[in-house]
Design a binder for this molecule. Structure first.
Ligand SMILES: C[S@@+](CC[C@H](N)C(=O)[O-])C[C@H]1O[C@@H](n2cnc3c(N)ncnc32)[C@H](O)[C@@H]1O
Length: 291
C-alpha cells in the first residue's frame, strides 16, 4: 500500500487512475469549488479548498507520494510563458520549498511540454537533487496507448527508489467513433455562420471520412467552450452540421470510466473547462506502474 497526497486535484484524474490500485489517497487539494463538487460526487470525499500558495508542512498529511498537477498557463505560449514571474506558479514554488522538510518517497509533477526547461522545472530539479532524489522524466501522449487523441504531457519524477518503466506496447489504434455518443444535444451544434467564418482555423474531423480510423483529436484545453482555435477538435456530422465534443466524450477519450459523472448543475462551459484541465488516465497509470 502506498499513500498519496494529490495537489491540484481538479475533477480527480489522478484519483481515477488510482481506483482499484494499491494507492490510497490520504488528502487532496484544489481551490475550485466546482471541481471539488465533481470530485466529491465521484469519490465520496471533498478535497480541501485551501490555497496552495501559502500552505505549510503542518497542513499536509504524511504520505509516500506527492502528485502535483499545477496550473500549466505559466509555461504555455498562450499564457505568454511568464514562468516564475506568473503569479499562478506561486503554489508550485511554495510546495517545492516544503519538499526538504516533507521528503515523500516519490514526487511526480505533471504538466505541459513547455514545463520542461522552464525556470520552475530548474527550481524543482535543484531541490530534488539537493534532497538526494533520483530524477527521471517521461513525455507521454494517449496516442501511444492506442487512443485516437493527442495530449502530450511531461512527467517529472523524483524518487528515493529506482524508477523502472517498461516500454509502451502500442496496439491497433481505436477509432474515434468508439468514443462518441449517439445522442447529440442541440447545445453542441455550432451556428452555421460561425463554421463558415472560422472553419479554416478550426480542427474539424469529418466522422464520415474514410480516414477516420487513423485520425486523432487534438488536445482539448480548458478553453474549449470559449475558443475555436487550438482548443480541441470539432466533429462534422453531416453536410451542414459541425458540433463540439460533449464533455462526457472528452472524459471517454481521457480514459475515465462510463460511470464517472459530471453534475447537471454545472454549466456546459464549466464542464469543458474542468475536463480540459484533467489528465489522461492511461498516461498516469503508466507512471504509477513505474514507481
Ligand atoms: C491543471 S489543473 C489539474 C487538474 C487535475 N489534474 C484533474 O484531473 O482535473 C490545475 C488545478 O489546480 C487548481 N489550482 C490552481 N491554483 C491553485 C492554488 N493556488 N491552490 C489550490 N488549487 C489551485 C485549479 O483549480 C485546477 O483545478
Amino acid at each position: 500500500m502506498l499513500t498519496a497526497v494529490e495537489f491540484f486535484s481538479g475533477i480527480g484524474g489522478f484519483a481515477e487512475a488510482c481506483r482499484e490500485t494499491n494507492i490510497e489517497i490520504v488528502q487532496s487539494f484544489d481551490q475550485d469549488e466546482a471541481a471539488n463538487f465533481v470530485y466529491e460526487q465521484n469519490f465520496k470525499v471533498r478535497p480541501n479548498s485551501r490555497n496552495l500558495d501559502s500552505i505549510r508542512l503542518g497542513n499536509i498529511a504524511p504520505a509516500d507520494l506527492w502528485w502535483l498537477s499545477p496550473p500549466c498557463t505559466p509555461y504555455t505560449v498562450r499564457g505568454l510563458r511568464k514562468d516564475l514571474s506568473d503569479s499562478r506558479s506561486q503554489s508550485l514554488v511554495n510546495l517545492i520549498s516544503i519538499i526538504p522538510n516533507a521528503l515523500p518517497s516519490h514526487i511526480v509533477v505533471e504538466n505541459v511540454l513547455g514545463f520542461k526547461g522552464s525556470e520552475a522545472e530548474q527550481l524543482m530539479l535543484k531541490t530534488l537533487r539537493q534532497c538526494n532524489y533520483a530524477v527521471t522524466d517521461f513525455t507521454l501522449c494517449p496516442s501511444q496507448f492506442s487512443k485516437p487523441a493527442q495530449r502530450p504531457r511531461y512527467f517529472l519524477i523524483g524518487s528515493k527508489q529506482k524508477v523502472a518503466a517498461n516500454g509502451v506496447s502500442e496496439s491497433k489504434r481505436q477509432t474515434l467513433n468508439n468514443y462518441l455518443s449517439k445522442d447529440v444535444v442541440d447545445q453542441l451544434l455550432l451556428e452555421p455562420h460561425v463554421v463558415r467564418r472560422y472553419s479554416e482555423a478550426m480542427n474539424i474531423i469529418d466522422i464520415r471520412d474514410t480516414e477516420l480510423p487513423t485520425t486523432t483529436s487534438i488536445c482539448f484545453t480548458s478553453n474549449y467552450g470559449k475558443c475555436l482555435r487550438g482548443s480541441g477538435s470539432f466533429l462534422k456530422i453531416s453536410a451542414d452540421e459541425v458540433r463540439r465534443f460533449a464533455p462526457a466524450e472528452i472524459l471517454n477519450l481521457l480514459g475515465f470510466p462510463k460511470f464517472f459523472s459530471l453534475p447537471d448543475s454545472i454549466s456546459l462551459s464549466k464542464q469543458w473547462k474542468l475536463v480540459g484541465n484533467s489528465l489522461d488516465i492511461d498516461c498516469v497509470r503508466y507512471i504509477l506502474r513505474a514507481l
